[in-house]
Design a protein around this ligand. Structure first.
Ligand SMILES: C[S@@+](CC[C@H](N)C(=O)[O-])C[C@H]1O[C@@H](n2cnc3c(N)ncnc32)[C@H](O)[C@@H]1O
Length: 167
């Protein structure tokens, strides 16, 4: 089980980036996104619309307190200050259920202590979307999710858009 926790969502300001965190998670084999901060039904709806059309069972849930979901999981906190991905990825691949924490504007200090691994994806500050995508791609051995129940399937084309609809 791969779950993500996105901290400190702000309506309007973070709607696009948090929905991208969710879509990247879904495309790279994660099962669920939890988020804290402000509950944002329209962000949740935009993610679940993709799930309805393109398949799978990815889910999204607003939680008030992240402490409620930390039990029985290995906690991986993505932070520019952490240990390098290449040094930790083999160990992390042996974990069964993981919770990946990505920050927003300000990450509470206690997150660094409660994490089993503070993990950096390169040592430059960039983005939660990029950090999550690169980490999940490595964790998934370069394999993207496949959804057998999809209503819509994108067919790769050199120079056209082709979408197949389930009959
Ligand atoms: C734009 S950063 C802001 C960080 C915030 N200023 C703080 O208090 O740490 C948002 C999130 O992107 C992720 N992030 C950015 N650069 C990263 C890197 N090089 N490696 C891992 N995660 C990174 C972290 O999860 C971070 O919390």
């Amino acid at each position: 089980m791969i779950e993500i926790l996105r901290l400190g969502h702000r309506i309007n300001r973070d709607t696009r980036i948090s929905s991208h965190v969710a879509l990247v998670a879904r495309a790279l084999n994660a099962d669920k996104l939890y988020y804290t901060g402000q509950k944002d039904s329209s962000m949740e709806k935009s993610v679940m619309d993709v799930v309805d059309r393109f398949g799978g069972s990815f889910n999204i849930e607003y939680i008030k307190n992240y402490k409620d979901i930390l039990k029985n999981k290995k906690i991986i906190h993505l932070t520019v200050y952490g240990m390098p991905l290449k040094d930790k990825i083999t160990e992390i691949k042996s974990y069964k259920d993981i919770l990946i924490i990505v920050g927003g504007e300000k990450v509470p200090g206690e997150i660094y202590n409660l994490a089993d691994v503070n993990l950096s994806v390169g040592n430059q500050p960039h983005s939660e979307v990029a950090a999550l995508g690169i980490f999940l791609y490595e964790l998934s051995n370069s394999k993207f999710s496949e959804f057998k129940d999809a209503n819509l399937r994108i067919i790769p084309m050199e120079k056209a858009k082709k979408i197949e609809k389930k009959t």
